[in-house]
Design a protein around this ligand. Structure first.
Ligand code: S3P
Length: 436
């Protein structure tokens, strides 16, 4: 249990300099899991030292995997092979991480032993039927508390492949089914209503598992082996997002964000901000570990409201809290639709953002699947983060342009995805302090 921590965000100066954000959360989780199931030792560089990814590492250690930390941001995973995990006597604690729990549910469904997956208060309220229902179709037996964690994964079930069309676009569900598919007899095919991040597919291929995939579809068969591979984790676009918005809305700002992952399934916010008039350039585009990366140069530019194209929603699913702040700072109206998934993230992000923005004088109308935000001056006030890291960091950004300080209640969960956020933000011009 982390202790409660409040922050105060004051108006800052123009943001300047170069900001190196931590490693990608999605890639870090997957690198640990595939490294654990591989034959041989995988070296991960750029690993996110966040609570979510450390929770996944701890779970794998409980399952008998040796994971060393040669240096901060590095892990050496001693793979035990596809069938080398050992059952754990204690529940496996995924902390705050939906990715950890959902992917592990798929991975554990194929083991010869039973496991119990538990999470913190927020994770314990998040829907799990989206993974347990299709896993059951594959032959898995998983009990939940009416669709919520804890998950009791029965071992020793013979899994078989299925063809499954996801009812909602979710990389976590897709990945859970693909991981179960490694243990299944026959072919597992996952079809998505809209393409989502494809790190599991790319990384399975990098670890030598035969897999066919294209945007919106992935197919693999059981019965192969994973071979240890080194993974270079790019900087997390979702963490860079806070700085992209901050520099876009604070006059005079000019920030550089080096080596950010630019997988097209993650960069919807870049397109949305550009539609709003932002000045963001990609420099030195290159490949790192098979992933597109680039240095982002962002300069202040006056933003205007937009009707957000619904097709962008899955490609920016984690960036809506900070997009709402950009919209509140923009001239005119921004309309977001087709984003009902935001209601089942670490908090109900539509409700959390609407309550917070209203508390600082913004105009926002909540809708079942989005919001209508009209830009205008922001004042100070007290904000509840609802224990949600991205809500806390988004209001830290809002504080930069607010007339009075914003008090952000309960920011300890920022460490789940972005350890060192306060220090890094202050190094480029934020004025963020811990409240006494
Ligand atoms: C993730 C997928 C997304 C995203 C989450 C990370 C992943 O969740 O919101 O932060 O690593 O696969 P959904 O699959 O539920 O959309």
């Amino acid at each position: 249990m982390v202790s409660r921590l409040d922050w105060i965000s004051h108006a800052g100066r123009a943001l300047q300099g170069s900001v190196r954000v931590p490693g990608d959360k999605s890639v870090s989780h997957r690198a640990l899991m595939l490294g654990a199931l591989a034959d041989g030792i995988s070296h991960i560089r750029g690993f996110l030292e966040g609570e979510d990814t450390r929770a996944t590492a701890a779970v794998l250690q409980q399952l008998g995997v040796r994971i060393e930390t040669p240096a901060e941001g590095e892990r050496r995973v001693h793979g035990v092979g596809l069938h080398g995990l050992r059952g754990a006597a204690q529940p496996l604690d995924c902390g705050n991480a939906g990715t950890g729990m959902r992917l592990l549910a798929g991975l554990l469904a194929g083991q010869a032993f039973a496991s119990t997956l538990v999470g913190d208060e927020s994770l314990s309220k998040r829907p799990m039927r989206r993974v347990t229902d299709p896993l059951a179709m594959m032959g898995a037996k998983i009990d939940s508390r009416d669709g919520l964690p804890p998950l009791q994964v029965h071992g020793n079930q013979a899994l078989h492949g299925i063809e499954y069309t996801l009812p909602v676009a979710s990389a976590q569900v897709k990945s859970a089914l693909l991981l179960a598919g490694l243990y299944a007899h026959g072919e597992t095919t996952v079809i998505e209503p809209h393409p989502t991040r494809d790190y599991t597919e790319r990384m399975l291929a990098a670890f030598g598992w035969p897999i066919d995939f294209e945007p919106g579809r992935a197919r693999l068969s059981g019965g192969h082996v994973l071979r240890a591979t080194d993974v270079d984790v790019p900087a997390d676009f979702s963490s860079a997002a806070f700085f992209l918005v901050a520099a876009s809305i604070v006059p005079g700002s000019k920030l550089r964000l080096p080596a950010v992952g630019l997988n097209p399934r993650r960069t919807g916010l870049l397109q949305a901000l550009r539609l709003m008039g932002a000045d963001i350039r990609i420099e030195n585009p290159r490949k790192s570990g098979g992933e597109p990366v680039g240095d982002l140069m962002v300069r202040y530019a006056p933003l205007h409201g937009i009707e957000l194209p619904e097709a962008l929603v899955p490609d920016m699913i984690d960036e809506f809290p900070v997009l709402f702040v950009a919209a509140a700072a923009a001239k005119g109206r921004t309309v977001v639709r087709g984003a009902a998934e935001l209601r089942v993230k670490e908090s109900d992000r539509i409700a959390s953002m609407a309550a917070g923005l209203r508390a600082i004088g913004a105009q926002i109308e909540e809708t079942p699947d989005g919001a209508i935000i009209t830009g205008g001056p922001l004042g100070g006030g007290g904000i509840e983060s609802h224990g949600d890291h991205r809500i806390a960091m988004s209001f830290a950004v809002a504080g930069l342009i607010a007339g009075d300080p914003i008090r952000l209640n309960d920011c300890s969960n920022v460490a789940t995805s972005f350890p060192g956020f306060l220090e890094l933000a202050n190094s480029c011009g934020f004025a963020l302090s811990a409240a006494s």
